[in-house]
Structures are given as structure tokens and as C-alpha cells.
Design a protein around this ligand. Sequence first.
Ligand code: SF4
Length: 177
Amino acid sequence: MMDKAKIGTCWLDGCSGCHMSLLDMDESIVAVLEQADIVFGPLVDAQEWPEGVDVAIIEGAVSSQDDLKLAKTARARSKFVIALGDCAVTGNVPSMRNGIPTRALLERIYVQGANPSDGVPTDGVPALLKNAVPLQEAIKVDLHVPGCPPKPGAILMVLSELLEGRVPDLGSKLRFG
Ligand code: SF4
């Protein structure tokens, strides 16, 4: 019996909607899981992106030092990296903050928008990068799957093709928004 492929997933600066779409494959996910194990992701109790991942599925833009570190680790430990969804592909919603200095942004959220006496937290909040950028500006991406979120059928087709050893041709399934 052949070893199962290994899939890792993560979301960076995203809303989790792309992961919801992944789960919206409903029972088709069973067919995927017959060929592959999900070894890292929000539904998996793993603390660190493991070595030897075959397919990395990454949602969200790269907005913080933590995002950058995770994206680089996933890239280094995975054979094939998918940018899933418009935030990962173009920056989309997270990049709307670009152009606003990060200090002004944090003041607006934590001081003006919350409790002025608490100030901007310095502990437990990842340091923001100057801009939220698409995944391809941080690491090499092998396949872009746009959509906000991408349709479950498109994600299923991509995974099915990869697990059969073919590079998916998104063709008519390609759409933004
Ligand atoms: S592409 Fe859309 S659904 Fe996916 S993380 Fe971004 S905002 Fe959410």
C-alpha cells in the first residue's frame, strides 16, 4: 500500500472563510482523506509545521512577523504550496490597511477604538509588517487559487489533481471575488 500524501493548511491574515470553503467539500473530503492525511492546520493538534509535507494550503495575506515566519517554515518543509483565496493571491481585504502607518493603525484600534487607558498592547500581539502582502511576495508559490472564498469544487479539483500527480489547470474555474 502506498504511503498517504501529507497536506498542511494554515491561515495567515485571513477570515477563515477559505478554510470554511475547504470544509464545504462535504462528503467529498472523505475521498481526499483516503489519499492524504492532514498533518497540520486549525483542525489538527500539531504545534509545528512538520517536515515532508506534500501540499501546503495557505490562506490569507502576510501581515505580521508571525505570518512571515509560518509562511517561510511551510515553504521550506513542503513540496508544493498553494495560495488559497484572494487574500493570499492579491492581498485583498488585509491590504486595505496599506498606506496607513502601523502605529496609527494600532492606536486607532486599541486606544481610540477600545480603552484609552490600556494603550497599545506590547505582549501577545504579533508585530505587524509595514504592509500586508500577497503570499508570493514572501515565498515562492506553486499555484494560485483565487476567489473570496474559492468555490469548494475548485478546491476539490485542485487537491484531486495534485493527489493524482497532475498539476491542476484551473481554466474556467478561475475567478476572483
Ligand atoms: S479570500 Fe475572502 S474568504 Fe478567504 S480569507 Fe480572504 S476575505 Fe476571507
